[in-house]
Ligand binder design. Structure first.
Ligand code: LLP
Length: 412
């Protein structure tokens, strides 16, 4: 459920006309809805109300400071994967003790930065990383709280690029060797193992893979008891999918009920790292039709947003619904919606039935709030889009459109 809907023949983001936003701020334009973000966060978080938990929003999905600030004000913690994300989270006012740090390649400076801030824990992905964290913490006279990310070898049945919990993936520790790693951590002076972590992939549309992973983790948790550690957190990562097209992912309530049932009796605080499910359908990308052209084999709608603005269709072949901002009621045509970038892989939609559109009209690309702006680039020296955050009748510029000057600033 989101707050983008047509009213009186034109698309609204909450109480604001998207056409007016495009006229005022130009295109391509990301537009986010505060009411949707709030609703999604609260729906997710409240699904776990019956057990001790912390919802650590995954910053990589949408790292705009205004979005982070809003989620922090609703009680969110954050899941980060870089020093840059830590910097953003702290700037947005997220208390450090609500931050967990994941990722296979944390650099010493980033580890130091996180220890300085006093984050809740590191989700450690290799023995070498553990040793490095121990070294850095020892030099700082601190103790680092750590969890190991366990790779349970479960197929999340999603796109291969975003599957992370299979044996062949680079993530986490093999579940069969993880016990040794905990024993090592126990004996190191400057780390304290406090949790178990796992993230098996993204855009999962069924609960079964989560439960399959959880089963394996709980067997592992039992084995860990022999080491006499004080394990108090279980981090199940993110990954709950959303509806882009015809997927029917479980509602967070259903997800929460299933996990709570499996875990509620254990003395563990559950940590969750949702990204997409919070922000995905809380954002759209608005673009203007520059040209239409017919070739013997295709109808192309050439728009001013491109793969540099929204990479998902090019990179994963992802489906994003595309629709007119102000529907004109013309008959539908089979079209490719493409951007100005010099690659045939630059498309937002392929072989799509779309009402005939004309130059100067605008299209909305839906479900663009997650991994949209954060994966954008300056390819073809295109300034990145502005981001607008709508709240009721208000619209604020959450990020200004980049300028040519800002693009070359680091090169002068
Ligand atoms: N936790 C960890 C350790 C992760 O690696 C991720 C996502 C999440 C949480 C959040 O997952 P979510 O709830 O958003 O599924 N660029 C891809 C998605 C990559 C996801 C990477 N990791 C896309 O556009 O579909």
């Amino acid at each position: 459920m989101h707050h983008f809907e047509h009213r009186n023949g034109t698309l609204f983001a909450e109480g604001v006309s998207v056409k007016e936003l495009a006229e005022r701020f130009g295109t391509p334009l990301y537009v986010y809805s505060t009411a949707t973000l709030t609703r999604h966060f609260q729906a997710f978080d409240s699904a776990f109300a019956s057990m001790e938990h912390l919802t650590c929003y995954s910053v990589k999905a949408n790292s705009n400071l205004h979005v982070l600030r809003l989620l922090a004000s609703l009680g969110a913690g954050m899941d980060i994967v870089s020093g840059g994300e830590l910097y953003r989270a702290l700037l947005a006012g997220v208390p450090a003790e609500r931050i967990v740090y994941s990722g296979v390649g944390k650099k010493p400076a980033e580890i130091r930065q996180a220890l300085d801030a006093g984050i809740l824990m590191f989700n450690v992905e290799s023995v070498q990383e553990l040793l490095r964290i121990n070294e850095v913490a020892r030099d700082m006279g601190k103790t680092a709280q750590v969890s190991f990310r366990i790779n349970p070898d479960v197929d999340p049945k999603t796109h291969p690029y975003i599957s992370t919990g299979l044996k062949k993936n680079k993530f986490g520790l093999n579940i069969d060797n993880a016990l040794e790693a905990y024993a090592l951590a126990r004996d190191l002076p400057a780390v304290e193992p406090v949790g178990i972590d796992c993230h098996i992939g993204s855009q999962l549309t069924t609960i079964e893979p989560f439960l399959e992973a959880l089963d394996k983790l709980l067997i592992f948790y039992d084995k860990l008891k022999g080491l006499n550690l004080n394990i108090r957190y279980l981090d199940l990562g993110g990954g709950l999918g959303i509806n882009y097209n015809e997927e029917e992912p479980p509602h967070p309530t259903e997800f929460g009920a299933a996990l709570t049932k499996a875990l509620g009796h254990l003395p563990l605080k559950l940590i969750l790292e949702p990204g997409r499910v919070i922000v995905g359908n809380a954002g759209i990308l608005v673009t203007e039709v520059l040209y239409t052209k017919q070739t013997p084999s295709k109808n192309f709608v050439i728009v001013d947003a491109a793969m540099n603005d929204l990479l998902r269709p090019s990179l994963y072949g992802s489906f994003h619904r595309v629709d007119e901002v102000v529907p004109q009621g013309r008959p539908a045509q089979d079209v490719d919606v493409v951007g100005p970038i010099c690659e045939s892989g630059d498309f937002l939609a392929k072989d799509r039935l779309l009402p005939e559109v004309r130059q100067g009209e605008r299209l909305a690309v839906y479900s663009a709030g997650a991994y949209g702006f954060t994966m954008s680039s300056n390819y073809n020296t295109r300034p990145r889009a502005a981001e607008i955050l709508v709240d009721g009748e208000q619209a604020i510029v959450a990020r200004r459109r980049e300028t040519f000057e800002s693009l070359v600033a680091q090169e002068l």
